[in-house]
Design a protein around this ligand. Structure first.
Ligand SMILES: C[S@@+](CC[C@H](N)C(=O)[O-])C[C@H]1O[C@@H](n2cnc3c(N)ncnc32)[C@H](O)[C@@H]1O
Length: 214
């Protein structure tokens, strides 16, 4: 947790209830230790997609389809989320959930290691959400910058890692290697003159990246 308890409880008190399908997905994730995005992060993704008029979105890390469904619901009827996932079982669970929502048809699951599948994608995306193996983040970011449309957004989750990134010390949950990757990525994003970067203390730390001067 990044925020102190009172603030976190207060924010929780403002949360609107999610619909039954999302609640079921949250319960499945909690019961099966699937690290889905916090609800507010997922809602932010939907809001950013809608505000930016996104039509084609790339997600690196589908899990059970929770964030993908939030994004898909925010897209127009002809919109699409291409989501990369290497775990076949996880993708199968995602597909059963996505099949239960009309927006789920907008999610196209690309099975395989994103290190192999992402470089093969030739489309230009309106928004890209990076939420998979932390060691892959620097490489995903480079490819994402290459595939992002003008004024598009890249959103990156877990850049504060329960506060470990601020102290620079990993614990049992966040290995030191992941913390080090986040530290160097945040430094790079915050200092690159070609990029605008905002790191929100929301959920587990949500980075939003946009190219400058477009
Ligand atoms: C944090 S979860 C994604 C959560 C999802 N975005 C959500 O919020 O609902 C990360 C997912 O990325 C997948 N993953 C990790 N490394 C990957 C890789 N190299 N290629 C493809 N998928 C990967 C994992 O199997 C896991 O399902």
């Amino acid at each position: 947790m990044i925020l102190e308890r009172a603030t976190s409880d207060y924010l929780d008190s403002l949360r609107r209830p999610a619909d039954p399908l999302l609640v079921e997905m949250e319960s499945y994730a909690a019961d099966n230790d699937v690290p889905i995005a916090p609800r507010e992060t997922a809602r932010l993704l939907g809001m950013l997609a809608r505000a930016g008029g996104a039509r084609l979105v790339l997600e690196v890390g589908l899990a059970i389809g929770y964030s993908a469904l939030h994004i898909a619901r925010a897209l127009p009827e002809y919109g699409k989320v291409v989501s990369l996932e290497r775990d076949m079982q996880m993708a199968a669970v995602a597909k059963t959930y996505l099949a239960r929502d009309p927006a789920g048809a907008k999610v196209e699951v690309l099975l395989g290691d994103a290190h192999d599948t992402l470089p093969g994608l030739r489309e230009t995306f309106d928004m890209i959400f990076i939420d998979a193996d932390k060691s892959g983040y620097p490489g995903y970011l480079d490819l994402a910058l290459d595939r992002l449309r003008k004024r598009g957004l890249i959103v990156i989750d877990n850049l504060l890692m329960d506060g470990d990134v601020a102290t620079g010390r990993g614990d049992r949950h966040w290995p030191q290697a992941s913390v080090d990757t986040a530290l160097s990525l945040n430094r790079r994003l915050a200092t690159d003159p070609a990029l605008d970067y905002v790191l929100l203390p929301l959920g587990d730390g949500v980075g939003i990246v946009q190219r400058r001067g477009q």
